[in-house]
Design a protein around this ligand. Sequence first.
Ligand code: HEM
Ligand code: FES
Length: 442
Amino acid sequence: MSEENFPVIHYMGINQKVPYDDPDSTILECSISHQIPHLHECGGNGRCSTCRIRVLQGSKNISPPTMKEREMAQVRRWDPSVRLACQCYVKGDIAIQRLVWTSAEINKLQLETVPEGVAEERAIAILFCDIRNFTKMAFENNTFDMAHILNRFYTTIGDPILFNNGVIYQYIGDEIIGLFGVAGGTREKNCRDAARAALGMNYAIEHLNQMELVDFDLNIRTGIGINFGKAFIGHLGHPKHKQLAVVGDPINTASRIQAYNKDVDTRILISQSVLKSVPEDTFDLGKEFITKFAGHEHESTLYELKGFKELDVQLELQSSMDFLFTNKDEFAEKFYERVFAKAPEARGLFKKNMRDQGRLLTHMLGSIVYSLSRPENLSSGLEFLGKSHSRYGVTKEYYPVVLSSMMETIEEQLGENSTPKLLMAWEKALTYVTGEMMKYSG
Ligand code: HEM
Ligand code: FES
């Protein structure tokens, strides 16, 4: 117990001890009120599992698992030490560890829903991406440079998969495979997510070529193929070394679609099943090809994917993340300067450390960009944030001030990377975010 006789929560990873000073708050709420970053994508609704903790000491001092926790623990095969921080109240000292640290880790949680030892049929979108001329590049650069380039490549093209609720299935040499819809989702959403990831990859590769690989006199080119269909998915293999395995014709076909880019000199090709999954006029398409893949009796029609016909807010936001938050502290500092210049009385609402507050804000903005691909979680997350802001004394009038200050800071930080399309996407997203939060302000 702490000096004031409050139970103490010891956060082991960061070795920080905080008093549990409000018996009506959950462990998650206690983290937030002590400025400890703690992911909570669904806003404490027991749905997303991102707030999960491992209880290392004092498990008897925590309220018993709620129905939501019990259901989740059963589906995801958790041991009893794993709990949802948003469902737990504390009666005595405990030591815990937060188990999910970054938004990029969240998609992996989908794999917990994949069966063990058997394979189950699931409808998924499959994306194959391959670096062109990899063998020639490997021959011309030394091994050290090559390992560095491959690492940068994997991060650059892995991010768009993660931004779009996809799971990175495998890296095979110069190839990366992404799966969309492993834990469900509509056919339309899964195909849209995969298409957005492909377009985001191309964008990110261009950026990598221009900003980093010029020094190596390199220009990476990629080929991407996307297919949609039912595949068998499970954790299979030796009992001591089970691996995620995905098998079925749609997987092989996605690989062949990817390879076909080489024959026709395109960058992204999608199958007819992907095109049929979205409403007409969703995609901006280029050329159309008819081919017959080995082993197939029928011909397949492939379409060159060039973009979305209408502004895709998520794609724009994702493409700006790399350079927008390169210096998060500076972003936050400039943003708060603007807020306090426009509304000096807002300063009094902030009671805690402003540097930590700035980090929580930029962390939250990053998480919001990720959770745009999980809208069912985003709206409840914003309800939670809106309600907590109402408790901080934030009234409706402040939201337009924050919106305009954030837009000005975004434009300034984007600098020469700023485009009207990008600004429009940020404005749309932030108008939605502040609009949702504002609904809960007094
Ligand atoms: C885009 C909209 C906004 C986002 C994403 C955002 C994000 C955050 C986050 C992540 C926190 C940390 C605590 C928590 O998670 O509850 C926070 C705290 C806070 N925010 Fe916001 N916020 C927004 C709008 C506003 C507005 C309009 C105001 C009004 C001035 C405001 C004032 C505050 C205050 C006073 C705190 C508590 C600080 C303290 O306890 O010292 N926020 N905000
Ligand atoms: S399950 Fe706890 S925040 Fe979503």
